[in-house]
Design a binder for this molecule. Structure first.
Ligand SMILES: [Zn+2]
Length: 213
């Protein structure tokens, strides 16, 4: 199952025909240029592997979510088969993540609270973490990350009853620019029942408070 298209914050992604190894070689050469331009000695034993190391980190780790083949396999369970405790009114999962700000290419770190109302189907909890991680592993905007997680989950569950709230710290605000170490940003998405049922929204906020302790 692939990600749903989002129109609120369109993805500035152009598909690439290069293999991972071809991307790593090209990025290595570019990063070597950046380091040389900055006046670094690429023959230094400590720096000689850095261009390749950065390129591998970009392609295989921190930006692996740019490649749709890395979207996780997500299966649904029938609620009856997994729940002995009865019907779930709301499932809320807390997922830590690290992403990269697309304006400065430095990390943003935070937590995503992801909620849905099961309509006879449940998603394995680790799957929600994998979806959050997939969309986080790109150069991102916090607002787009929030809506992409919500859209993807709505698509998989075939339900608009999804809410996502993200709190994050951006290193571009902490380590440069205004240098505000206390800065945090919250973004939220409410779909379906969460938009018109105040009690459901309140249940979500209360779950976030419990999960924050
Ligand atoms: Zn930034």
């Amino acid at each position: 199952m692939k990600k749903a298209a989002t129109t609120r914050y369109p993805s500035p992604i152009v598909s690439s025909v290069l293999s991972d190894e071809e991307k790593i070689e090209a990025i290595s050469a570019h990063f070597e240029g950046i380091m040389t331009t900055l006046g670094l000695d690429l023959t230094d034993a400590s720096l000689v592997q850095t261009p390749r190391r950065v390129a591998e980190m970009y392609v295989k780790e921190v930006f692996s979510g740019l490649d749709s083949k890395n979207f996780p396999d997500v299966g649904l369970f029938e609620e009856d088969h997994v729940s002995e405790a009865g019907h779930h009114s709301l499932v809320v999962t807390k997922c830590g993540f690290t992403s990269f700000c697309e304006h400065h290419f430095v990390p943003m770190m935070g937590v995503a609270f992801v909620a849905y109302i099961p309509r006879g189907k449940l998603l394995g909890l680790s799957k929600i973490h994998r979806i959050v991680r997939y969309f986080a592993k790109r150069p991102q905007l916090q607002e787009r990350l929030t809506s992409q997680i919500a859209d993807s989950l709505s698509h998989i569950l075939a339900s608009s009853d999804v809410a996502v709230s993200i709190q994050a710290q951006h290193l571009c605000v902490i380590a440069r620019g205004v240098h505000d170490e206390e800065s945090q940003t919250t973004t939220s998405y409410f779909g379906g029942a969460f938009t018109h049922d105040a009690a459901k929204r309140e249940e979500f906020f209360q779950a976030i408070q419990r999960l924050q302790k």
